[in-house]
Design a protein around this ligand. Sequence first.
Ligand SMILES: Nc1ncnc2c1ncn2[C@@H]1O[C@H](COP(=O)(O)OP(=O)(O)OP(=O)(O)O)[C@@H](O)[C@H]1O
Length: 635
Amino acid sequence: MRTDPMPRDQRRSLARRCFLEGEPVPEGLVSASVLRSWERSRHYGLSVGDKVLHGPIRAPDLRDARAGLQALLNIAVPELGRLHEALPHGQWMLACISDAGVVLTSIGRVKAGELSSGLRAGNRLHEPAAGTTGPGCALAERRPVIISAGEHYLDEASRFSCAAVPLFDHLGRMVGVLNASSSSDCRPIQLLDALVLSSKAIQRELVRHQTAAAYLHFHARADMLGTPLEGVLAIGPDGEIVGANDDARGALREGAADLEGLAVEALLGCSLARLLDGVGDAPRRLVLGNGLCLHARVERPRKARLALAAGRPGADRGAAEETEPAISRALRHVTHAMQRQLPVLIQGETGTGKEVFARASHAASARAQGPFVAVNCSAIPADLIEAELFGYEDGAFTGARRGGASGRFEQAHGGTVLLDEIGDMPLALQPKLLRVLQERRIARLGGGAERPIDVAVVCATHLDLEALVAQKRFREDLYYRINGVRVSLPPLRERADFPQIVAHILQREGGGFQLSDDAFAIIAAFSWPGNIRQLDTVLRFAITALECEGERGGIIEIDHLPDDFRAAARRAPGLSAPGARLTQEVSSLERGIVREALAARDGNRTHAARDLGISRATLYRKLGPAVRRPPDDPV
Ligand SMILES: Nc1ncnc2c1ncn2[C@@H]1O[C@H](COP(=O)(O)OP(=O)(O)OP(=O)(O)O)[C@@H](O)[C@H]1O
């Protein structure tokens, strides 16, 4: 007689009941890693009814955690962005979490608000704080895990399911975890595979970001070269290994042992000089001493990797280029799309910099010499928008200007037109816009002849156009026409480069301004519903307050911020006077770390700052007032 297997949720409930009642858990009900994680959670003193999931760390600590893992974030954030784009809309939140279990950044929004708040940057998800969760368990077990619904330790987490994969750096050290969570009971095996590939791609990039004389890519199969599954070695100028991914460790050494410091010649039987002879050639075969045959390709480091230095927002070219790599990549994609007259759709909450991005794309494109014309579709009365966009002939309507007028499309000829707030385009006008985009010809209102127009079309909106299409408030055919290349600009609270954006704005306001650590902590903890526009206003307010005290340049303190931020500061524990001792201790600790980094780099400030993931200006600041920046050392 066939017995039906017990459904998954019943197996879990039975295992949980046995575990909580102190009875042995029958085999096969939950995985061994889940059981070990439950035991650890109990050992940490957690009870299943506890509510400790949402205890965030302080903003300055989050800033430090991010700074310490900046190199990882620079690579992981765009990788997560790509993965998120490929997932069904609104069902998954992705996060990058530090090795200490702190959420560094998360992407995506799901309907269950609690999941969003559980994965908010700064929250702690390691086992001692949150019991069994995907990230906590993956960190403790150092391997990929799926934790579904009731496999979570805390009852309050049992509505969620997650897949989590640890991240390792170029030295094979665990530096964090990638996590995907949903508010349903599921076992996302395929998503786990995708996360594993992403983690491999990230480690491979971390190896390729090491300062090296060459990178050796290899695999036993030639067709696997260039994929996240290949092995990669970073080789220093003396031929020593300075970094490797886990696949390289696994292939070259039993048990992923240390490769660092070994001579490449001893390892591969081929000197660095001989390897470099083959740069640019097709893949070659390497036969190792143990008979293993590998297909290999040698890559020289690129001279200049994308500089993430502070820049000048508002100066069209480069404003977006200098922010997150994901945004820089999107910028390059968009400029190519514009060249080919493929429409671009920029989505993002209000104030996230959609217009700045559009202007930067235009300025970086082959159309830069042509006009950039921005039209705010929500600011023009519905009955005037047609004339505004397409122009009109003499006498086309009552009140029309004598001799007619050109429309915004005509004015943008040879350049770019930005249709801002496209979601507010009246439904009645949408077929005409669609025709113009398809035929690239316009006729002015009032019966004018058709004229060809050569414009790159960029549309921007803070609305969810797919939802508008579903509600029949936006035409589906127009949506597909404008959705050539889609760029989603993240809200400010999710941006890993928040400190750089602050630095951009301060620099644009004349430079010389800095935020005190306390003031930075307060603004970093804010949720910024108005995004960069709101941050911009607050910082300019603070600069004005500082200048009223007669200081041109100088340190912005909490007292210079608007009222509501000062009130938040009074509520925040550990800031200002009572926290002075702590601040001093932290500063002295930081000074020690910076000195160590300088010593490791023979006093080279640029290299030390890069190792620490901070700018040279910050490095000088952390060294304290006693250390003056030499006049020939511009930061
Ligand atoms: N990367 C950046 N660095 C610094 N400031 C920026 C950046 N991006 C945008 N800003 C500033 O933020 C403000 C808002 O930018 P922008 O008008 O492009 O946003 P938006 O998303 O188009 O807003 P809306 O949805 O309201 O039209 C502007 O003052 C702009 O200068």
